[in-house]
Ligand binder design. Structure first.
Ligand SMILES: Nc1ncnc2c1ncn2[C@@H]1O[C@H](COP(=O)(O)OP(=O)(O)OP(=O)(O)O)[C@@H](O)[C@H]1O
Length: 213
């Protein structure tokens, strides 16, 4: 199915505020929001050397790898899942060139690396560079995050029609009749009670085996 045709795919990317800019994380988040990104997930974490080596495995063996690991594990990072149309490229554009000194020359006022970075290594932020990296990196920091498109429009309508509406209408009708004090909890309980997909308990009782059999 072509999700983009229905206008329902909102691209996601991984942003990291690196250790050198950890005290500027709030300022950086404000810039992110001002540029129209939605922050779907956020966590602060101090990476171990092993996690960092795994995250930057593509650079394993390069001359700067040991100092990159030392830098990235020197203080916490803030990891965020950002959503926006064309989020991967938009976030890469907003952070600017890898080397903060280059960023200061080419994008002095408009790039996060020019504003908050220092040099080629201490460059304040990270951004996924492709859809494949974004998926891997989002799962790295947020294993439970849904990365694939969430359907809306006709596919969502069909799904709800087939699997949800009948049960939901039944529960909502009962809710209106009952008018409970805590309608949300009541509705949740009712849905659990009448859920046609709930696992059925087997009525077959097996006699416990005895050792002398
Ligand atoms: N020559 C270098 N010397 C020191 N550190 C470097 C060098 N090149 C890259 N790095 C560090 O390794 C990180 C990963 O490098 P990469 O080439 O993937 O750049 P990037 O994609 O712009 O950065 P990131 O992956 O962090 O978004 C850089 O952000 C920087 O912190």
């Amino acid at each position: 199915m072509d999700f983009s045709k229905h206008g329902i795919f909102v691209e996601r990317t991984l942003a990291l505020v690196k250790p050198d800019a950890i005290n500027k994380a709030d300022e950086i988040e404000t810039i992110i929001l001002k540029h129209g990104f939605t922050v779907l997930e956020k966590r602060r974490i101090t990476l171990t050397a092993e996690q960092c080596s795994d995250f930057y495995s593509e650079h394993y063996g390069k001359k700067f790898f040991p100092s990159l690991v030392a830098f990235m594990t020197s203080a916490p990072v803030v990891a965020m899942v950002l959503a926006k149309e064309n989020a991967i490229q938009q976030w890469r554009d907003l952070i600017g060139p890898t080397n903060s000194n280059v960023a200061k020359e080419t994008h002095p006022d408009s790039s996060i690396r020019a504003l908050f970075g220092t040099n080629e290594q201490k460059n304040a932020v990270h951004g996924s560079d492709s859809a494949v990296s974004a998926e891997r990196e989002i799962r790295f920091f947020f294993p439970n995050c849904v990365v694939e498109p969430i359907p809306t429009g006709p596919p969502a309508t069909d799904y709800l029609e087939q699997n949800v509406n009948k049960t939901l209408i039944k529960a909502l009708t009962a809710l209106c009749k009952e008018k409970p004090k805590d309608p949300v909890v009541w509705l949740a309980d009712k849905l659990m009670e009448i859920n046609p997909y709930k696992p059925k308990l087997s009525l077959t009782v097996t006699a416990p085996s005895t050792n002398n059999e």
